[in-house]
Design a binder for this molecule. Structure first.
Ligand code: DGL
Length: 283
């Protein structure tokens, strides 16, 4: 095993979705430093070609590398599908990826019907086919490529009525069916989990990969002998490929909203800075 230096934890997504993962990471490691980078200039990834997603992801992880990160969490199911293997062969520090939480969903629901909502690319990639093949299950699994949803979240914001309308439109063909479980296989959808919940009966169980990703990140940091600080404040440096100040302010607002909703840490336990991608995070 190679030795890695202590440093901030890099967190990457195409856009706002990764903020839902970042919030959970901060809550579990409230004394650590994080660099969050979103690639809104090129989002949404879910409707691009795999090679394009690979190239964008490699470029962005290199930006995180230049901030001397000790690990990178790819807080994006789509980018993980297209790029995780390449990234793991390129860097010595751990790269933690995400996949739709189909395993816990089928384990819990026995023989029930499960809906897996994800981007078109995630559902088309080999990684998803291998995931389904690897699970011994009796369930009926229905996949829902949510074309256009990430676009609405990015363009109008997670709280907007346009997002609601889009989810209604996507679910329309399935509304006569009962689902025992719903997997939100894209971090953007986790950011709007309440909207998804409102479309299903209250006993429908929702699954996502966020908490599993946090656990895996902690496992990997320990494996690489990193000392994890739980002593606040957490420090977060936010960057976005658009270099747009309004966008950065919106990312900060969404992170604070998410942490306030979760109520696990208080805001005075957090320092946030906003930076351009060619600036150094100060912490
Ligand atoms: N958050 C990304 C994911 O988990 C969204 C992908 C996109 O940009 O379409 O897949």
């Amino acid at each position: 095993m190679e030795e890695i230096k202590h440093g901030p934890i890099g967190v990457f997504d195409s856009g706002y979705g990764g903020i839902s993962v970042l919030a959970n990471l901060i809550e579990s490691m409230p004394g650590e430093s994080f660099v969050f980078l979103s690639d809104s200039k090129n989002a949404p990834y879910g409707e691009l070609e795999p090679e394009e997603v690979l190239n964008h992801t490699v470029t962005n992880v290199e930006i995180l590398n230049s901030q001397a990160v000790n690990a990178v969490v790819i807080a994006c199911n789509t980018a993980t599908s297209a790029a995780v293997q390449t990234l793991r062969s390129k860097y010595l520090f751990p790269i933690i990826g995400m996949e739709p939480a189909v395993k816990p969903a089928v384990n819990k629901t026995g023989s029930g019907r499960v809906l897996v909502a994800a981007t078109d690319l995630t559902l088309k990639e080999k990684k998803f086919a291998s995931l389904i093949e690897s699970i011994d299950h009796q369930n009926e699994i229905i996949t829902l490529p949510c074309i256009g949803l990430v676009d609405k979240i990015e363009e109008h914001g997670p709280e907007s009525p346009e997002v609601d309308q889009k989810i209604d439109e996507l679910l329309e063909p399935y509304m006569s069916l009962n689902f025992d479980g719903v997997v939100l296989g894209c971090t953007h959808y986790v950011l709007v989990k309440d909207k998804w919940r409102s479309k299903f009966p209250s006993d429908t169980v929702f699954y996502d990969g966020n908490e599993g990703t946090v656990r895996q990140t902690i496992r990997m940091l320990k494996y690489y002998k990193q000392v994890i600080s739980n002593c606040p404040p957490a420090r977060v440096c936010i960057m976005d490929s658009s270099q747009n100040d309004d966008r950065l302010a919106q990312c900060k607002k969404l992170l604070m909203n998410q942490l306030e909703v979760n109520r696990k840490i208080s805001m005075d336990q957090l320092h946030i800075e906003l930076r351009k991608t060619d600036e150094l995070c100060k912490f």
